[in-house]
Structures are given as structure tokens and as C-alpha cells.
Write a protein that binds this ligand. Structure first.
Ligand SMILES: CC(C)(COP(=O)(O)OP(=O)(O)OC[C@H]1O[C@@H](n2cnc3c(N)ncnc32)[C@H](O)[C@@H]1OP(=O)(O)O)[C@@H](O)C(=O)NCCC(=O)NCCSC(=O)CC(=O)O
Length: 406
């Protein structure tokens, strides 16, 4: 009896071991997509005040312009020059209730998201699958994340026929994780890929700001921030371990992944689905400080499995893919860690050209980094790097990456 159970347990351990991948999970391909309409901050300012019949609020419009004005490359304030938006002036004319967040508009917003989010997500995913070089039917797991919707079944379910995935693909849907969602989805993909030999995980993030559109209001800074900072987009990543030689090309290996809640910061970013759409409250004056005060500890924890990280100027030896929540946040990180300005260029560039696309943004930053290295034949290439996102909690997601694409 005893020896029988010992051998059964040994057999189970053997089965378990045989299910593990040999090597670390790696990013094998990246795809991105945006809606067709690109809107500059100047054009958007006019559109916003015209479409919401608030042009008479001249002082508020001037304030919004000041907030958007310094959208120069290394400038302050919102750091956004242009964004892609699914909703147009026609959408807003057809839905005057979107302007008033006290009016019931959630159903109409969700109806728009139900169609548009999966379509945008599918466009990014098709690009990632094409770069990956294997058929969509070889995807074993699907992890989808969005803040733009609350549907059952969700975007994950819709993507199966849109992409030609197998009905047996193992799906996980992550709703309402705020801006840390992209990194959280990749963390999940890492665990799936490393614990299921041969798994190929398609990670997809997609966001539409039609969920939080509203008119600017006197005395409500949040409405200005929401309308000036956020943009629409989707990004997809194929993750897998033990890449097939000559078919798959690893871009980044995922070395470690961690998540931390910053103490006493629960009030700093809150988001809710309300009858009037997606409502948020961001303590803009506190968030950069919370992140700055805690970032070094989060990084030390992330590097602990690697035996730590040593040396003066150690943070400049890494590449950085940081969620660009806003220039003030990036400035704070830069100064606390003593980073050379070049280190956060990819983050600032994505913010400038696309806005803050919640969880999608950091994948755009990763894509920007690898494209820059490919363009410049590895000019500023560094072997080890950090991917970092922030969101409600305040939650900090940290991932140590190894660039495999030199
Ligand atoms: C809001 C800011 C862009 C403001 O930029 P600056 O600090 O450089 O500029 P500033 O202080 O001169 O402010 C510009 C104008 O905005 C006004 N202003 C700024 N903050 C305000 C506030 N909280 N309430 C009311 N007014 C405010 C100022 O009075 C000024 O008005 P006037 O012009 O009249 O003098 C910045 O503080 C910032 O980036 N904060 C962090 C933003 C953030 O938390 N982002 C995370 C997004 S959420 C995310 O990424 C994660 C997630 O969602 O999950």
C-alpha cells in the first residue's frame, strides 16, 4: 500500500514535470492597431467644446488648451500631441446623452464597444499572428483584457471566430484592471506558457474611450483629464516557451514578474461603470509621488530572484518599457532612479503619438523599443530591461525582460 502510493506520487510528479516547459516564456510577436481617425489635440479641443455645446465656457476651454498645449516632446502637462479615436463628431451627435454623465448612456456605450472592441482587438491580433508565422489554430490559450465593456460572453469569445482560433482554445477574460492590465495579462501568459509545454498564448488588450466621453465641466478637473489624456488602441502579443527553431523568433524573454500594492493609496485611482459610462477619479497631484516613493522597492523585489542588481547608475544599464500614465509620472521615475532622458523616450513617444491607452499602452512601448533597435541596428540595445505599469490599487506590475532580438 505504502510503496504503491509512493510510486503513484512519483508518477504524478513525473507527469507534472513533463507538462513544464524547458525554457522561459518569451514574447514571440507583437501587433498593434488603432481606429482610422487620428485627431490632434488642437482639433480635439474644438471638437470637444463644439460637440458638447460648451463653447461658451471660454475660461474652461482656455484651461483645457493650456493642459494640452505643452504637448511637446519632453514637455509637461499631458504630453499628448495626437490620438486615435473610434468615436467621431457623428457618434456624439447621434448620442447627445454621452455629453452628460448624469444621463443614462451606459447601454449605448456598451453597444458600441460590443462591436468595435473585438474588431479593433482582432486587427492587432492578426498582425501579431502574421509576425509569429504559425497558423491561428496553433494558439492554445487566449488572454484578453479591456476596461471598455462588460459583456458576457466577452471579447475573448468574439475573437475565436474572428481570428479562426480553435473552439478548444483556453480563454481568460480580464475586465476592468485599469492601466496595469497589459502587464498583468503578460504575467498570466508567462505562467501559462511555462506550465503547459508547447502552449502558445495570445494576449490581447483593447480600449475605446467612448466609454468615458463626457462634456468638460467647471470645477471638475477629472473631465478635462479624461478628455485630454486617453486614446483608443489595441495590442496583441504571442507568448510561448521553447521557440521552434527556424519558425519562431523570440523578441523578449520574460525573466520574472511581480505585482505590488502601494500602501495607503487605494483612493488614488478609482474607476467605476456607472449609468453615465466609465467614471474615474484620479488624484493627479498624488499619483506621481506615490509611484516615485515606491518604485525603487518594487524594482529591488523584482530583481531579487536574479540575485539583485548592483552598481552605481545600475538603472541606466537596463532598457525601460514604462506605462506613460502622464509626463509628470515619467519625470518622477526619471528623477528618482536617476535615469538618462533617453531611457524613457519610447514611453514619451507613445504617449505623444497615441495618448494613454490604458493597458494597451505598454505593449506599444515594447513594440516601439524593438522597432527602434531593429531600425538602428541595436544602437541603444541593452540586454536586460524592465516593463512596468501602474493602475488602481495603486498597483504596480513589474516584469524583468531579457532582450533576445539582437
Ligand atoms: C494633471 C497633470 C497633467 C498636471 O500637470 P502639471 O502638474 O505639470 O501642471 P499644473 O500643476 O500646472 O496644472 C495644469 C493646470 O491643471 C490644473 N490642475 C492640475 N491638477 C489639478 C487637480 N487635481 N485639480 C484641479 N486642477 C488641477 C492646475 O491648476 C493648472 O490649471 P491652470 O492652467 O488654470 O493654472 C499632472 O499633475 C499629472 O500628470 N498628474 C498625474 C496624472 C495621472 O495620475 N495619470 C495617470 C492616469 S491613469 C493611469 O495611467 C492608470 C490607470 O488608469 O489605471
Amino acid at each position: 500500500m505504502g510503496s504503491g502510493s509512493a510510486s503513484a506520487s512519483a508518477r504524478l510528479r513525473e507527469i507534472h514535470r513533463s507538462q513544464q516547459a524547458d525554457g522561459p516564456a518569451a514574447v514571440l510577436a507583437i501587433g498593434t492597431a488603432n481606429p482610422p481617425a487620428c485627431v490632434t489635440q488642437d482639433d480635439f479641443t474644438d471638437l470637444l467644446f463644439r460637440a458638447t455645446n460648451t463653447d461658451h465656457l471660454a475660461a474652461l476651454k482656455d484651461k483645457f488648451k493650456r493642459l494640452c498645449k505643452h504637448a511637446c516632446y519632453f514637455g509637461q502637462k499631458l504630453g499628448v500631441e495626437r490620438r486615435y479615436l473610434h468615436h467621431t463628431e457623428e457618434t456624439l451627435a447621434a448620442h447627445p446623452e454621452f455629453a452628460d454623465h448624469e444621463a443614462p448612456s451606459l447601454d449605448a456605450r456598451l453597444d458600441i464597444a460590443a462591436e468595435a472592441v473585438p474588431e479593433l482587438a482582432a486587427r492587432a491580433a492578426r498582425k501579431a499572428i502574421a509576425e509569429w508565422g504559425r497558423p491561428a489554430g496553433d494558439v492554445t490559450h487566449l488572454v484578453v483584457t479591456t476596461n471598455s465593456g462588460a459583456h458576457i460572453p466577452g471579447v475573448d469569445f468574439r475573437l475565436v471566430p474572428l481570428l479562426g482560433l480553435r473552439p478548444t482554445v483556453r480563454r481568460t477574460m480580464l475586465y476592468l484592471n485599469g492601466c496595469f492590465a497589459g502587464c498583468a495579462a503578460l504575467r498570466l501568459a508567462k505562467d501559462l506558457a511555462e506550465n503547459n509545454r508547447g502552449a502558445r498564448v495570445l494576449v490581447v488588450a483593447a480600449e475605446l474611450t467612448v466609454m468615458l466621453f463626457s462634456r468638460p465641466e467647471e470645477g471638475c478637473f477629472q473631465t478635462l483629464l479624461n478628455q485630454g489624456l486617453f486614446g483608443d488602441g489595441a495590442a496583441a502579443v504571442v507568448v510561448g516557451a521553447d521557440p521552434l527553431v527556424s519558425v519562431e523568433r523570440p523578441l523578449f524573454e520574460i525573466v520574472s514578474a511581480a505585482q505590488t500594492i502601494i500602501p495607503e493609496s487605494a483612493h488614488a485611482i478609482n474607476m467605476n461603470l456607472t449609468k453615465g459610462g466609465f467614471d474615474g477619479n484620479i488624484s493627479t497631484r498624488e499619483v506621481p509621488g506615490f509611484i516615485g516613493d515606491n518604485i525603487e522597492r518594487c524594482l529591488m523585489d523584482s530583481f531579487e530572484p536574479l540575485g539583485g542588481i548592483a552598481g552605481d547608475g545600475k538603472w541606466n544599464d537596463l532598457f525601460w518599457a514604462v506605462h506613460p500614465g502622464s509626463p509628470a509620472i515619467l519625470d518622477k521615475i526619471e528623477s528618482v532612479l536617476g535615469l538618462e532622458p533617453e531611457k524613457l523616450t519610447a514611453s514619451r513617444r507613445v504617449l505623444r503619438d497615441y495618448g494613454n491607452m490604458f493597458g494597451v499602452t505598454v505593449i506599444f512601448v515594447l513594440d516601439e523599443l524593438r522597432r527602434r533597435w531593429e531600425r538602428e541596428a541595436a544602437g541603444e540595445w541593452r540586454e536586460l530591461g524592465v516593463m512596468m505599469t501602474f493602475g488602481p490599487g495603486l498597483t504596480v506590475e513589474t516584469m524583468v525582460l531579457h532582450a533576445a532580438l539582437k
